[in-house]
Structure formats: structure tokens, C-alpha cells
Design a binder for this molecule. Structure first.
Ligand code: HEM
Length: 407
């Protein structure tokens, strides 16, 4: 989720010298939602030759980390690698959220939001609600024999589920979805992104205020009434967090479901195994998370000097931590480019690592598990349609199209 910094697309680094700092234009090109289907050869080159690649540019000057051990070390070392740098991009859109907090302030906010995001707390029957929404969407195309699953399923499903558990009226779904989509374009069109952020604030503020005076049984009410050490979140803090969640709800799980479908359709023998043995659904999700992570990059800033990946970094250095590259590190994963549900790894860092580990991972797993099971139950003999899409994007990465035939 936004958990991702709004970085431009990674294009090809071939034009950039590995010997000296590359401009951001050399390393990055395209735009937030542009094509760049395959950053992996670039990652391979960086990992091997320049594991801390210096980058210089308008938005980011610092280092790109690509090796698994370095990525993990940075994410775990909260003393040196701070989240405060997120204030400069994520913060512009969302206001102050846990994404830019460190230390005690962060722990306090996690204590409020983590229990509120546990699937059982979200709704007494979270699984039932998600399943009903999945079935409702599938009903619309189940008799057709073909579908384009991004448009007809994955795009709408997670936000629909999330609107329900957060407590936002279903009638607002399309507006919220459009605003969330505009928000992700901040890297390409800052005015559009900032305007979308403002629209979401204007939309959410009266709803959050109403929950404060008249709480019900939804997530917003729990956030606005929760107390830690005698303190509550302010209305503004809840609105900022809700914006972050809307984007998380709209943009991440959506891509995970698309990517796992695309990968399984490209590997029919694994699709057949998962269809037959549903215990393989979660391993398939984990492998999709590792193989092509929906969030490729997270951001940190050093608060004191440190040496990492053979480079001395000064204090106040921006560090782009490329989880997507770490998840393809051959030192950690054998034949990393191979999609293999039997790899059975929980070592991927698609949800980050350390204190900022994704607060919504359990929701994401459950939502995706229900979606995949429902699709496999309802669409027998699932197979690729024509004109299959590609996985694209960096901040939010997922397939453009997943056309299928069935029955
Ligand atoms: C497949 C789906 C998802 C992926 C791949 C993902 C990925 C991530 C990553 C990599 C981080 C760490 C950011 C960092 O270290 O700076 C993160 C943080 C976070 N995620 Fe997710 N996320 C997903 C789904 C969700 C969902 C569904 C929610 C909400 C229900 C959510 C809420 C959050 C929050 C609140 C944080 C901030 C945690 C903190 O800073 O302490 N995520 N996510």
C-alpha cells in the first residue's frame, strides 16, 4: 500500500554507468503506472555489481538496495534506518501516518491499528462477507464461459470488501475507487494526486466525526474510539490512516490476486494441483508474493552514518529498499525466476520486515485466499484466454489483464 513510496517506474539501467552515481532519469523512466514490465534483469545487474546503487535526482538522492541480506538488515535496523523520509512523499498525500513514524510514536499507533486490523476484529464474519462479495462478482460472468478477471473481478473485489469492513456506504464505491486510483498517479501527475487526496479527506472527515460521536461496529469506529495509554487518535489522524487503508485496500490485494492468477495460468500443472488440493492456495499466494511482489520498493532515511553493502552512507541519506529485488536474490532463493508453489517459503519480504511489517497482511492473505478459492470453485477447467496481460508497475505492481476461459 502506499506503504510504497511513489517512485517513478524503473526502466532500464543499461544506459546508466554502474561506476558512478546515475541520475534518476538513467535508472528510472516511464511513470508511476507506465509499462516497464520487467525490472528483474536490472535488479540482477544491480545485485551483482552495485548492491548499493547511488542515485541522484529531484525526488530521490541516495541508494538503491537490492540484495536480500542488505534489504533485511536495513528494514530491521530501526535505530539507523528511519521511516521519517516517507513524510516527503507518502505524507504529502496521507498526512501523518504510521508509515512515517519511528520509535515510541510508531509503537503506540501500531498498538491501536494492529488489533483493529485483525480479521476477527474487522467483522464477526469477515470471511462470510468476503465470500459473498466474491460470489456476487463471479455471478455476473459465470455463465459466459470467458471473462477478463482484472476488470470483472480483481479490480473491484478488495475495495468492495474493504468498504464494508471499514464502514463506508456501498453507494460511494465508484467514487472512492476512482479517487484511490487518481491518488496512485501522484508520481506522474502531482496535481491530480494531491487533489484526490484532498477529496478523500473531505469525504472521510464528516464520516469519522460521526463515528466519534456515535460509534458502531466497524473499523472506523474502532479506530476513533481505541485508547492506548489513555490517548485516542484524533479525527485527523484517523482520516489520514483511513486514506492509507483505502489505498491499501484498493491497490495491493488486487494486484496479488491478479499476479497469482496470471502465474498459475502460465503454469497449468500447478494450477491443476492447486485446484485439486486447496491446501496449496496459501503456498501459491506466498510464491506469487515472492515472485512478483505487489509492492516492490519501500523507503528509509539514515539518521546516523552506517556502512552497508560496502558503502559508507552519511546521516540523512535516502535509501530505496527494493523488496522485489531481494525476493529474487539467488543467494536466498534457488532459481528465483522460477514460479514454484512447492518452494514453500515464508522468507519472502513482500510485506516488509521489522517494526513496519505490513499491518494488513492477515487481511490480505484471507481476502486473496477467499478470492482464489471462489474462482477455482466456480470456474471449472480454468484456462488462459487470448491476449494475456503483463505484470507492470513499481509502487503498485500487478497484471494489466487476466483474460480467461472456463467450463
Ligand atoms: C498483498 C497485499 C499487500 C502487500 C504486498 C503489502 C505490503 C506492505 C509493505 C511492504 C509494507 C511495509 C512498508 C515499510 O516497511 O515501510 C506494508 C505496510 C503496511 N500495510 Fe501493507 N501490504 C498489503 C496489503 C495491505 C492491506 C490489505 C492493508 C490494510 C488492511 C495494509 C496495511 C498496511 C499498513 C497500515 C502498513 C504500515 C505499517 C507500519 O508502518 O507500521 N496492507 N505493507
Amino acid at each position: 500500500m502506499t506503504h510504497a513510496p511513489f517512485v517513478p517506474e524503473l526502466s532500464t539501467i543499461q544506459s546508466a554507468s554502474l561506476e558512478k552515481p546515475a541520475s534518476m532519469e538513467d535508472v528510472f523512466g516511464g511513470n508511476e503506472v507506465g509499462p516497464v514490465p520487467n525490472p528483474f534483469p536490472v535488479y540482477d545487474m544491480l545485485r551483482e555489481h552495485r548492491p548499493a546503487m547511488p542515485v541522484q535526482g529531484m525526488a530521490y538522492s541516495g541508494y538503491l538496495l537490492t540484495r536480500y541480506d542488505d534489504v533485511k538488515a536495513a528494514l530491521k535496523n530501526h535505530e539507523v534506518f528511519s521511516n521519517r523520509g516517507n513524510a516527503k512523499h507518502i505524507g504529502l498525500v496521507f498526512g501523518r501516518t504510521i508509515q512515517e513514524m519511528d520509535g515510541k510514536e510508531h509503537i503506540k499507533h501500531r498498538k491501536i491499528v494492529s488489533p483493529a486490523l485483525a480479521p476477527r476484529a474487522l467483522q464477526k464474519n469477515f470471511a462470510g462477507a468476503a465470500k459473498a462479495i466474491a460470489d456476487e462478482l463471479i455471478d455476473k460472468f459465470a455463465d459466459k464461459g470467458d471473462a477478463e478477471l482484472v476488470q470483472e473481478f480483481t479490480f473491484g473485489y478488495p475495495l468492495r470488501v474493504f468498504m464494508k469492513i471499514i464502514g463506508l456506504p456501498e453507494k460511494d464505491l465508484e467514487t472512492v475507487h476512482k479517487t484511490a486510483a487518481d491518488l496512485t498517479k501522484i508520481g506522474v501527475d502531482p496535481m491530480k494526486g494531491l487533489q484526490a487526496a484532498q477529496e478523500l479527506t473531505t469525504y472521510l472527515t464528516p464520516i469519522v466525526e460521526a463515528r466519534r460521536s456515535n460509534p458502531s461496529d466497524d473499523l472506523l469506529s474502532r479506530l476513533v474510539t481505541a485508547e492506548v495509554d489513555g490517548d485516542q487518535l484524533s479525527v485527523d489522524e484517523v482520516v489520514s490512516f483511513a486514506k492509507l487503508l483505502v489505498l491499501a485496500g484498493a491497490e495491493t490485494t488486487y494486484h496479488l490476486i491478479g499476479t497469482v492468477l496470471l502465474a498459475l495460468l502460465a503454469h497449468p500443472e500447478q494450477l491443476a494441483e492447486v485446484t485439486k488440493n486447496r491446501e496449496l492456495v496459501v503456498p501459491a499466494l506466498d510464491e506469487a508474493l515472492r515472485w512478483d511482489s505487489p509492492v516492490q520498493i519501500v523507503c528509509r532515511e539514515t539518521v546516523s552514518p552506517i556502512e552497508l553493502a560496502g558503502v559508507k552512507m552519511e546521516a540523512d541519506t535516502s535509501v530505496l529498499v527494493v523488496c522485489g529485488a531481494a525476493n529474487r536474490d539467488p543467494a536466498m532463493f534457488k532459481d528465483p525466476e522460477v514460479f514454484d508453489i512447492h518452494r514453500n517459503t515464508k522468507d519472502h519480504i513482500a510485506f516488509g520486515s521489522g517494526q513496519h511489517f505490513c499491518a494488513g497482511s492477515r487481511v490480505a492473505y484471507l481476502e486473496a485466499e477467499i478470492a482464489l478459492n471462489s474462482l477455482l470453485d466456480r470456474l471449472p477447467n480454468l484456462r488462459p484466454g487470448s491476449d494475456m496481460g503483463q505484470v507492470v508497475g513499481m509502487s503498485f505492481r500487478g497484471p494489466t489483464r487476466v483474460p480467461v476461459q472456463f467450463g
